[in-house]
Design a protein around this ligand. Structure first.
Ligand code: RUG
Length: 861
C-alpha cells in the first residue's frame, strides 16, 4: 500500500530550504504568520487559544526540522533500532516540554512576552494527550523522552485513539464520566502521513495455508516528533488510525440505505476510537483484540518495509530491530511476526522462530491476574484464524518440551518423592498437583499457552503472557521485588527452564517533565546550589545536594519554593472544588488510579480516625495536632464498582470534615477530579507527604513515588514495588515504612481474624461509617464488608492487618513535621538520592542489557 514513487527533485534547491530562525524576533514573526495563514485568525485581535495554536505551529516546524535531520542521519548510518510497542502513551501536554527540550525557552519566553503572555498562560490552552490509563502509559511517555535524550535510535508505536481516557467529573460527590474529545481543536504535534497505510485483516479462513481475511482496514500513520533534551535528536512516536478500505458505499446510499452505506467506515473507525473499550460485551472483547493486532501488525509491517529498503537477508533483522512488548497488550506480536516472516516473506518455521525469538522482548508490569490477558481460543480462531494456527503450533512444541523436561525430572527422582518434590522451588511439577493427578498433565495444564478456563469448563484460553515469554529473548519485571516475584510465581516454570531470559529493569521517570519543568523554583535552586544544570541530563549529579542538606540557608530557600508550590495548588483547589485550604498545613497526597490494591480506602480510614480523634480531643489537646490537607486524585475504571465507592468515600468524608467548625483548619479532605498528567505537574511539586501504600507484593513498581521523591516529598509507604529501592537510596530510616512484608502476605491471607480482634481504632472507624456519620451508611456497607466480613472478600488486601502500623507511621510523620529543619533536611536528601530513578538510567539499562542498541547522536550542522 505504501506509495514509494518519487518526484523529480534533483534539480530543485532542496539543500537550501530555509530553516526556521530561533531569535525572539523571528519567532514572534513566525507566530504571527502562523496565526494568520495556518490558523486563519486576525493577528490584531487574537484570543489566547489562537495565540497558543499559532505558537504551537511554530514549535512544530522547529521539531520537524530536527526530526527530518535525525531520521535522515539514522538512515545513512543504518543502526539497530528499538521499537516500543505500547497500547498506551500518556503524553500529557507537549508545548512546554518541546520548547525546553529544544533549548529555546529563553527565545520563546521573550517572543511570548512581547505578545502579552507567559509560556504558562499558553500551555494551559493545550489539551492533554491522555492515550493511556496510568503508570504503564506514562512510563511509555517517559521512555520516549529518554530514548530521544540518550540518542538511541528508537521509535514508539501505538494507536491514535480518537477519544483518550475519559474525563472525570464529580456529580454530587460520585464519579461522572464524559468522553475525552482531545482532538477537537486540532493537534499541531502530529504529522499526518496518508501515504503510509498498511492493510490489516480480520476474520475469514485459512485455505491451503493462506489466510483470506473477510474484513480489512487500513492502518494510517501519524508521526509525533519527540525531542530529546540537550541533543539534536528528535525521534518518533508513530500512532496509527484505523480507516476503512472503502469509505462509502454509493450503491447502498442510492438505494436510500444510509446506515449501510457508512457501515464499513464506522466499523473501521471503531478500532481506533477509544482506549480500552468496555470488554463486558462480545463486541467489546473482540474490539480490544482487534486493536491489539491492528497496531502491532501495522508496526511490524512498517519496520519490515523499512528493513527491506536496505537489506535482503532476514537473518539480519535481529541485528537491526528489537521490539519491546509493553505488557501483554502487544503480545500478539509473537504470532504476527511469525506470520509475516512465513506467509509473506517465505521463510520456513524454524528460521522464522529463530528470528522472532531474537527480535522480541517482553516487559511484565503486574501480577494482577485480571491484567494478564487470556483470549478465548474461540474468539481468536474467529478473528485471527491464521494467528491461531501459529499459536497452536507454538503451544504444542512448547508443551512437548515441557513434558519431556517434567518426565526427565521425575525419572531423576524416586517416584514416591515426586509429589513431595513438587513443593520444592526447583520442581517443574506444579505445587498444587493433586494426589493421583499425572504430573505431566498438571504441568501442561498450568503452563500451557493454550489452557482450560478454570472458571468455565471446556472453554479454552490463550495465555498471552506465556506466549510472550516463550516467543521473546527476554522477560523483565519493573522493580527488583517485582522481578523476583514473577520468577517464583506467575512464570515459575519458565524461569526454571530459561533462567537466562529473566531480568529486572527498575522503572524510571523523566526528570525533565517531572522536576525541571514542573517545578521551576526547585530547578533554579538546585542549579544554583550545584553550580550547573548538568543534573537535568545526568540525574545522578543530584547527589551533590547531599553535602548541603544541613545548610540552614538552603533549607530556608527549599521551604520557600515548597511554599510557593503549595500556594499554587491551594489556588487550584479553590478554583476547582471550592475548598479553602490552609497553606501552613502539611500537604498530604495520594494520586493514582483508584484500586483496592493501592488502598486509598486505608488512607481514608486513617483520615476518619484522625477526624474522630480531633473531635474527641479537648480544645487544648487539639492544638497539638499537625494540620493536614489531604488531597486525592485518580480515576476509577468504569466497571469497577468498589473503586467508585472509594471515590465517594473521599468526597463524603470531605463534605463532613471540611464543614466542621470544631475541626477548622486542622483537617481538610479534597478529591480533585480528572487527575491527569498536567494536574500531576501541579500537585507533585506542592506535596510534602505522599502515600504509596499498596499491599506488599501487589504493585509492580509505581512511578509516582519516584516523581514525589525527586520533588523532595517524603514518602509513607509499604515495602512494595520500587518503594523498596527508594528506601535503599534514601536510607530506610528516612522513609515512613509500615505494613507486612510480601513474603508474609499469603500466610496472613489464610490466617485472617475477625475484624473485631484488630485494633480498636479500626473498629471505631468501621462503626462510624456504619452509623452513617459520613452519610448513607447503606452505601458504604459493602465497602466495609469487603475489608471485614470473612464470608465476603476476606480483606484480600489486608487493610485490617496493616491499619495499626499505618497509624504508627502516621504518628511518626506528625512528629517529624513539627521539626521543620529535620523535615527539610530529609526533603533535600530525597531529591539528592533520586538519580537512580531517572528514565535515562532505565533506558540505558534496557539498551545495554536487553535491546543491544547503541546511541547515534545527530551532529550539529
Ligand atoms: O501497576 C503498574 C505499576 O506498578 C507500574 O509502575 C507501571 C509501569 O511499570 O505499570 C502499571 N501497570 C500495570 N499498568 N497497567 C498494568 C497492567 O496492564
Amino acid at each position: 500500500d505504501v506509495e514509494r514513487s518519487q518526484a523529480k527533485t534533483d534539480s530543485l534547491p532542496v539543500e537550501h530550504l530555509p530553516h526556521p530562525k530561533n531569535d525572539p524576533d523571528s519567532i514572534e514573526q513566525d507566530v504571527l504568520s502562523k496565526v494568520s495563514y495556518t490558523i486563519g485568525a486576525d493577528p490584531k485581535a487574537l484570543t489566547t487559544k489562537q495565540t497558543y495554536r499559532g505558537l504551537a505551529w511554530t514549535v512544530r516546524e522547529r521539531l520537524i526540522d530536527s526530526f527530518n535531520k535525525t531520521q535522515e542521519y539514522w538512515k545513512s548510518k543504518d543502526p539497530k533500532f528499538v521499537y516500543y510497542l505500547s497500547a498506551e502513551f500518556l503524553m500529557g501536554r507537549s508545548l512546554t516540554n518541546a520548547v525546553y527540550n529544544l533549548g529555546l525557552e529563553g527565545e520563546y519566553g521573550e517572543a511570548i512576552r512581547k505578545l502579552g503572555y507567559s509560556l504558562e498562560d499558553l500551555q494551559d490552552q493545550e489539551q492533554n494527550a491522555s492515550l493511556g490509563n496510568g503508570g504503564l502509559g506514562r512510563l511509555a511517555a517517559c521512555f520516549m523522552d529518554s530514548i530521544a535524550t540518550t540518542d538511541l535510535p528508537g521509535w514508539g508505536y501505538g494507536i491514535r485513539y480518537k477519544y483518550g481516557m475519559f474525563k472525570q467529573g464529580l456529580d454530587k460527590g460520585f464519579q461522572s464520566m464524559a468522553p475525552d474529545i482531545w482532538l477537537s481543536a486540532g493537534n499541531p504535534w502530529e504529522v499526518y502521513r496518508p501515504e503510509l497505510a498498511y492493510r490489516i485483516g480480520f476474520y475469514g479462513e485459512v485455505k491451503d495455508g493462506k489466510w483470506i481475511p473477510a474484513e480489512s482496514v487500513n492502518a494510517v500513520a501519524y508521526d509525533n516528533p519527540i525531542p530529546g533534551f540537550g541533543t539534536n535528536n528528535v525521534t518518533n512516536l508513530r500512532l496509527f488510525e484505523s480507516q476503512p478500505v472503502n469509505e462509502f458505499n454509493l450503491d447502498f446510499f442510492n438505494e436510500g440505505n444510509f446506515d449501510e452505506a457508512t457501515q464499513e467506515k464506522r466499523r473501521a473507525e471503531d478500532i481506533s476510537a477509544v482506549l480500552y473499550p468496555n470488554d463486558a460485551t462480545d463486541y467489546g472483547r473482540e474490539l480490544r483484540l482487534k486493536q491489539q493486532v491492528f497496531f502491532v501488525s501495522a508496526a511490524i509491517q512498517d519496520v519490515i518495509a523499512r528493513f527491506k529498503e536496505q537489506h535482503s537477508d532476514f537473518n539480519e533483522l535481529p541485528n537491526k530491530a528489537v521490539f519491546t512488548m509493553n505488557d501483554t497488550h502487544p503480545t500478539i506480536a509473537v504470532a504476527e511476526l511469525m506470520r509475516l516472516l512465513i506467509d509473506q516473506e517465505g521463510l520456513d518455521w524454524d528460521n522464522a522462530w529463530a528470528i522472532t525469538t531474537k527480535t522480541l522482548a517482553f516487559t511484565n508490569h503486574t501480577v494482577m491476574p485480571e491484567a494478564l490477558e487470556k483470549w478465548p481460543v474461540k474468539v481468536m480462531t474467529k478473528l485471527l484464524p491464521r494467528h491461531m494456527e501459529i499459536i497452536s503450533k507454538i503451544d504444542s512444541i512448547w508443551k512437548g518440551s515441557l513434558a519431556d523436561r517434567v518426565k526427565a525430572q521425575i525419572e531423576a527422582e524416586p517416584k514416591a518423592e515426586a509429589k513431595a518434590a513438587a513443593s520444592e522451588e526447583s520442581s517443574l511439577v506444579p505445587e498444587d498437583t493433586e494426589a493421583g493427578e499425572d504430573p505431566v498433565d498438571a504441568a501442561l495444564a498450568k503452563y500451557g499457552i493454550i489452557c482450560e478456563n478454570p472458571w468455565e469448563k471446556g472453554v479454552k484460553l490463550v495465555n498471552m503472557a506465556f506466549m510472550a515469554v516463550i516467543g521473546s529473548k527476554s522477560t523483565n519485571g519493573v522493580a527488583a521485588i517485582h522481578s523476583d516475584i514473577i520468577k517464583h510465581t506467575i512464570f515459575k516454570d519458565f524461569y526454571e527452564i530459561y533462567p537466562e531470559k529473566f531480568q529486572n529493569k527498575t522503572n524510571g521517570v523523566t526528570p525533565r517533565r517531572w522536576l525541571a519543568y514542573c517545578n521551576p523554583g526547585l530547578r533554579e535552586l538546585i542549579t544554583k546550589t550545584l553550580g550547573s544544570n548538568e543534573w537535568i541530563k545526568h540525574l545522578e549529579k543530584l547527589s551533590g545536594l547531599k553535602q548541603h542538606a544541613e545548610d540552614k540557608e538552603l533549607q530556608a530557600q527549599w521551604r520557600a519554593v515548597k511554599q510557593e508550590n503549595k500556594q499554587r495548588l491551594a489556588k487550584y483547589i479553590k478554583a476547582n472544588v471550592g475548598v479553602d485550604v490552609p497553606t501552613n498545613a502539611m500537604f498530604d497526597v495520594q494520586i493514582k488510579r483508584i484500586h483496592e490494591y493501592k488502598r486509598q480506602h486505608l488512607n481514608m480510614f486513617s483520615i476518619i480516625n484522625r477526624y474522630l480523634e480531633i473531635k474527641a480531643a479537648s480544645p487544648e489537646e487539639r492544638k497539638k495536632f499537625v494540620p493536614r490537607v489531604c488531597v486525592f486524585g485518580g480515576k476509577a475504571a468504569s466497571a469497577y464498582y468498589m473503586a467508585k465507592k472509594m471515590i465517594r468515600l473521599v468526597t463524603a468524608v470531605g463534605e463532613v470534615v471540611n464543614n466542621d467548625q470544631e475541626v477548622g483548619d486542622l483537617l481538610k479532605v479534597v478529591f480533585l477530579p480528572d487527575y491527569n498528567v498536567s494536574l500531576a505537574e501541579v500537585i507533585i511539586p506542592a506535596a510534602e507527604l505522599s502515600h504509596h501504600i499498596s499491599t506488599a507484593g501487589t504493585e509492580g513498581s509505581g512511578t509516582s513515588n519516584m516523581k514525589f521523591q525527586m520533588n523532595g516529598c517524603l514518602i509513607l509507604g509499604t515495602m512494595d514495588g520500587a518503594n523498596v529501592e527508594i528506601a535503599q537510596e534514601i536510607g530506610k530510616e528516612n522513609m515512613f515504612v509500615f505494613g507486612v512484608d510480601a513474603e508474609d502476605v499469603p500466610r496472613l491471607r489464610e490466617e485472617r481474624k475477625d475484624f473485631k480482634d484488630y485494633d480498636p481504632r479500626w473498629v471505631k472507624v468501621m462503626d462510624s461509617l456504619l452509623a452513617g456519620q459520613f452519610g448513607d451508611a447503606e452505601y458504604f456497607q459493602d465497602l466495609v464488608d469487603n475489608v471485614n466480613d470473612m464470608t465476603k472478600s476476606n480483606d484480600w488486601f489486608l487493610l485490617a492487618n496493616d491499619f495499626a502500623d499505618y497509624l504508627r507511621a502516621q504518628k511518626d510523620v506528625d512528629e517529624l513535621y513539627k521539626d521543620q529543619d529535620e523535615w527539610t533536611r530529609r526533603s533535600i536528601l530525597y531529591t539528592a538520592s533520586s538519580g537512580f530513578f531517572s528514565s535515562d538510567r532505565c533506558i540505558d539499562d534496557y539498551a545495554r542489557e536487553i535491546w543491544e542498541v547503541e546511541p547515534v547522536a545527530v551532529p550539529s550542522s
